[in-house]
Design a binder for this molecule. Structure first.
Ligand SMILES: Nc1ncnc2c1ncn2[C@@H]1O[C@H](COP(=O)(O)OP(=O)(O)O)[C@@H](O)[C@H]1O
Ligand SMILES: [Mg+2]
Length: 339
């Protein structure tokens, strides 16, 4: 478990001082994939780098499995750091070393024998799907392959935590998905806790269990992805959700339809409900015509969900009855607008 308690970070002094983190309290549970999303300059890299103390916080504590990282001497800190792997947006590979030598680097540093290193490197190359590429140089690899080397190197010393600083931001969407799948299988099969930062909601939606939204050095919203994604409260969160869901285009509603006879509602389905014909069954029983203004059916990690925005056409009492019927079938229905 990772606990950040009252973390503050200032860079520089005097007039040039920048406050990157104001007051961060955050807990990441063992075995989960925790995402931190924010715009450029929000403090994401600073925050993730405080976890392994690449950045020392100006105030506050970093506890990993109860060990206060901020209180450790250099030797102990180095030992603890070996239990935390990290990958980066631009991969940070040694360009004059081969794939195998890059992956071997932390093992050599840890003082392992040549034979041990060679065996472990082969194992890691297989794990990340780079069989046959061990003798290549980074310049001969695609972006996705380079990140696979980064991942293999980060996992070399069997860390319990993997930190990912915008690990897919330099990759195209398809390669991003393949790297996210690899991270998900590493999390499941090796039980490694993953903390990732990103500015892309798609990354959060694909693999994260919980998410925190950071804005101006502060966490403005946090919780399970299913809650934060489906019911975003803070404007910044709403903006990120709109990246993947699109904004509701209100101009789609028919302006010349009788005033007072249009009710806009949003229905949220989650889990198995997504596949049930509840909408059809309910609406066929209540004689309220409707149009669909916006709709998504997708997945949050492995959970199917759907969101539909409907405009009900009819007098208010009938519309309200329809809403009540939908709710009685267990659907989450918000009335966005009457009239
Ligand atoms: N080494 C540094 N020295 C001074 N200011 C920095 C340094 N690193 C980051 N900052 C500032 O701290 C703020 C947060 O930066 P960063 O953590 O890199 O954000 P993000 O990763 O979300 O883009 C920004 O205003 C940035 O300019
Ligand atoms: Mg950054």
């Amino acid at each position: 478990m990772i606990q950040l308690k009252g973390i503050q970070k200032q860079y520089g002094t005097g007039a040039a001082q920048v406050t990157a983190l104001k007051h961060i309290d955050l807990t990441v549970n063992k075995g989960e994939i925790f995402g931190i999303i924010g715009h450029s300059g929000a403090g994401k890299s600073t925050l993730i780098r405080t976890i392994n103390l690449l950045e020392r916080p100006s105030a506050g504590q970093v506890l990993i499995d109860g060990v206060d990282m901020t209180a450790l001497g250099t030797g102990r800190l180095q030992e603890e750091r070996r239990t935390i792997g990290m990958i980066f947006q631009h991969f940070n590979l040694l360009t004059s070393d081969t794939v195998a030598e890059n992956i071997a680097f932390p093992l050599r540093l840890a003082g392992q024998s040549k034979a041990q290193v060679a065996a472990r490197v082969q194992e890691l190359i297989g794990l990340v799907g780079l069989d046959g590429h061990g003798d290549k140089y980074p310049s001969q690899l695609s972006g996705g392959q380079k990140q696979r080397v980064g991942i293999a190197r980060a996992l070399a010393t069997n860390p319990k935590v993997l930190l990912c600083d915008e690990a897919t931001s330099a990759l195209d969407p398809q390669t991003t998905q393949s790297i996210l799948s690899l991270l998900l299988s590493i999390n499941k099969e090796l039980q490694i806790t993953i903390v990732l930062i990103t500015h892309e909601m798609q990354v959060i939606r694909s693999i994260c269990d919980r998410v925190a939204v950071i804005d101006g050095g502060e966490i403005v919203e946090a919780g399970p992805v299913t809650d934060v994604f489906l019911k975003p409260q803070h404007p910044t969160t709403q903006e990120f959700v709109a990246q993947v869901e699109g904004n509701l285009n209100e101009s789609l509603t028919v302006k010349n339809y009788a005033a007072g006879e249009r009710t806009m509602i949003r229905i949220t389905y989650i889990g198995e409900q997504t596949y049930e014909p509840v909408l059809f069954e309910t609406m066929s029983g209540c004689n309220v015509p409707f149009v669909i203004l916006q709709g998504t059916v997708s997945r949050l990690k492995e959970t199917p969900y759907g969101q539909l925005v409907l405009e009900l056409r009819g007098a208010e009492p009938e519309a309200i009855r329809a809403v009540e019927l939908l709710r009685s079938r267990g659907l989450d229905v918000e009335v966005l607008r009457h009239g």
